[in-house]
Design a binder for this molecule. Structure first.
Ligand code: CA
Length: 244
């Protein structure tokens, strides 16, 4: 405060004989002696203006680690990735259960043809087809018991056989195909020097062909016989059907 007062007094007092040094610096004359005598304090000045803001302080020390935050929201679905490399083949599985039995095929039934028949009484009429009316099997009805003829419904290779009981008279019997005898069988009943009353043969037949047995000769060789304890039989069946 003393210094401030001194400065103010310098401005109030008249300037006398100011001197200037060679450098141009103004030099104030010394205060007269006894200047403090009767000195009176001046009016206090106004407060000065605020100074300019100071520089930023140094960074503080890092704070303590905070608590773990809440989980974030589920993000959008990402793009489909590329197809991976095919893996190794796995082990063989267990066998499955058997399937249901299939329905009978139509084709299998078409290629069935078989019959087996026998005499019911002795033959009395020569030179006509022998009628075998004792039916062992004739599911397809390809054998006609009213005529004694087998009718071919499926072209192919057929097997025929017959076994004749001979009694009281000789037997001459032939197996016919399409009005032509293809097998001849002769058994003598009295002379006992020819014994043959059975026959079998493979024949290729076309659809419509007919096969039957018939007594041949003069009509007296018709000793074919059958009763309750003796049979004379005629059998035939399809062995292979034609494939074209
Ligand atoms: Ca004989």
């Amino acid at each position: 405060m003393q210094l401030l007062r001194a400065v103010l007094l310098l401005f109030v007092l008249p300037i006398h004989g100011q001197d200037t040094t060679s450098e141009g610096i103004e030099v104030l004359p010394p205060l007269p002696k006894g200047a403090c005598t009767g000195w009176m304090a001046g009016i206090p000045g106004h407060p000065g203006h605020n100074g300019t803001p100071g520089r930023d302080g140094r960074d503080g020390a890092p704070g303590e680690k905070g608590e773990k935050g809440d989980p974030g929201l589920v993000g959008p679905k990402g793009d489909t990735g590329e197809i991976g490399v095919t893996g190794d083949e796995g082990p063989r599985g267990f066998p499955g259960n058997p399937g249901r039995k299939g329905e009978p095929g139509e084709g299998a039934y078409v290629y069935r043809s078989a019959f087996s028949v026998g005499l019911e009484t002795r033959v009395t009429v020569p030179n006509v087809p022998i009628r075998f009316t004792k039916i062992f099997y004739n599911q397809q009805n390809h054998y006609d018991g009213t005529t004694g003829k087998f009718h071919c419904n499926i072209s192919g290779l057929y097997y025929f056989s017959y076994h004749i009981t001979v009694y009281l008279k000789d037997v001459k019997v032939s197996l016919f195909r399409k009005d032509k005898a293809v097998l001849f069988t002769y058994d003598q009943y009295q002379e006992k020097n020819v014994d043959q009353a059975s026959g079998s043969v493979l024949l290729h037949l076309e659809v419509g062909d007919q096969v039957w047995l018939q007594v041949y000769g003069d009509g007296s060789h018709n000793g074919l016989y059958a009763d309750n304890v003796n049979d004379s039989t005629f059998t035939g069946f399809l062995l292979y059907h034609d494939t074209n």
